[in-house]
Write a protein that binds this ligand. Structure first.
Ligand code: FAD
Ligand code: SF4
Length: 431
């Protein structure tokens, strides 16, 4: 049987590996180690915060190795997961179908979303467990005509303790993440190599013949008949560029900014994150306790239970690049204008709750939905392989998305990765 190397085990990689195993002998290469949730008591970072010892978000990996931070030249904090399950392990579990842009270029994902419906447990059952703060916020959003909707979550509600720690890794396993697809692929015979970072794809005579990787100081090579890159929106473009294939300066990240105020017994730190959201123009608004801002931003006062916070998540312009370890991603004037409008709405909501404007403070500008640097076009709709790639090199992650979704992308990335897997099987399994 032919060998398919799949790089990465996040949303795209795990879905593609599961799809391919059986038709190919799949070898999955993952840069990180086996994921472990942050199970230490939050009293530890709380003490460090109070002592003023937490000031650079990049240090989060010392407490929680699976969470990694990059910073743009402009200071935006970029969050991702490195380890089995990729960024899905630190996600809040929102499950939305967002394939309008892909459909517009001729990519039909109906069958793949139907499969995901059967494979991934999704529900809005958390609504009956919302605390008083969330219920009041929801009523205010409704009064303001913001049309809030409870967000569907990838999780098993029976075992969810509503602990609010989704972004730190679920301690009970209630939250679904892509390790479940990874396990399914491995159970069917796929091989998994962890702690091994792919640097480049080896291309000879116009064909991908394998990948080069490093494990610590050790350089390793893996031969392949097919290579599927799913190292995420930052690293897939890097691997391609290292392999002599240029990507496009169209990086989007979905910037997030929180507007917060002191609020006695808000309890958002122990509430399911992003319980509901409303869409306004290019952004969504949602209640969200921002752990990174709380621990690392000195404007956030001690006492996590006493902070009321709203998240703005923006569909930004696709205008940024990754090169070496450097990410360039500046907000355009339009992006900034949308953020300002969103801040005004948040201030209005918080005021209606009873907070005073002079007490309000901002979170740290951050982002965790990178993609778009090798976008699919209508010309690629049948092959699902951008024309500049060799015939046996595919991408199966957010790098392929034609534009920023401004909303949680996991489900859409997985549907697309499944379809890429099917195209690889159709075009190469028997060749
Ligand atoms: C805090 C947070 C909360 C979020 N919440 C949600 C949510 O509720 N719902 C939602 O839909 N989305 C959410 N997202 C976004 C979502 O998790 C990501 O957009 C999605 O996981 C991206 O999928 P991907 O396959 O492109 O990349 P990833 O899931 O990031 O996977 C990339 C994989 O590649 C591995 N890797 C990286 N480089 C290499 C290399 N060189 N060699 C080998 N392996 C490599 C990584 O370790 C990882 O396993 C959230 C993101 C963050 C940061
Ligand atoms: S709220 Fe807690 S138990 Fe529920 S899915 Fe999130 S981390 Fe898991």
């Amino acid at each position: 049987m032919k060998t398919a190397v799949v790089v990465g085990t996040g949303a795209g990689g795990a879905a593609a590996a599961k799809e391919l195993q059986g038709s190919f002998d799949v070898l999955i290469i993952e840069a990180g180690r086996e994921f472990r949730p942050f199970t230490t008591s939050l009293a530890v970072p709380e003490r460090l915060k109070r002592l003023g010892l937490l000031f650079d978000e990049r240090h989060i990996r010392l407490l929680f190795p699976a969470m990694r931070i990059l910073k743009t030249r402009e200071g935006m904090v970029l969050v991702r997961g490195i380890g089995t399950g990729g960024t899905t392990t630190v996600a809040t579990g929102n499950a939305l179908r967002l394939d309008q842009g892909l459909r517009a270029i001729g990519v039909d994902l109906d069958a793949e979303f139907s499969e995901l419906d059967r494979e991934v447990p999704v529900s809005t059952a958390h609504r009956k467990r919302w605390n008083e703060t969330t219920s009041r916020l929801f009523a205010i959003f409704e009064d303001m005509g913001l049309a809030p909707r409870a967000l569907p979550k990838m999780r098993r509600s029976e075992t969810c303790g509503n602990c609010g720690r989704c972004v730190l890794g679920c301690p009970s396993g209630a939250k679904w993440d892509s390790r479940e697809f990874l396990r399914a692929a491995v159970d069917k015979g796929a091989r998994l190599v962890t702690n091994c970072r792919v640097r480049e794809v080896t291309i000879e005579k116009g064909r991908a013949v394998g990948v080069t990787a490093t494990s610590g100081a050790l350089r390793r090579t893996f031969a392949a008949d097919v290579v599927v890159l799913a190292a995420g929106g930052f690293e897939t473009p890097l691997i391609l560029q290292n392999s002599g294939i240029a990507c496009e300066p169209k990086l989007f990240v979905d910037p997030v900014l929180c507007v917060a105020a002191p609020w006695e017994n808000a309890g958002q730190d122990r509430e399911i994150p992003m319980p509901f959201a409303s869409q306004e123009g290019r952004y969504i608004l949602s209640p969200y306790f921002d752990h990174l801002s709380y621990y690392f931003n000195r404007e956030w006062p001690p006492g996590p239970g006493g902070i009321l916070s709203l998240m703005i998540k923006l569909a930004d312009a696709g205008s940024g690049t990754v090169s070496g370890r450097q990410v360039e991603k500046a907000l355009t004037p339009e992006d900034s204008g949308s953020l300002e409008a969103a801040v005004d709405t948040c201030v209005d909501v918080l005021r209606r709750m009873g907070a005073r404007k002079r007490d309000m403070f901002f979170g740290t500008l951050n982002a965790g939905h990178p993609g778009g640097m090798l976008p699919l076009t209508g010309a690629d709709a049948a092959t699902l392989r951008p024309g500049r790639l060799p015939g046996n090199l595919y991408v199966a992650d957010a790098t392929l998305l034609p534009g920023s979704l401004g909303k949680p992308p996991i489900l859409t990335i997985m549907a697309l990765a499944k379809k890429v897997g099917k195209a690889v099987r159709r075009d190469l399994a028997g060749v």
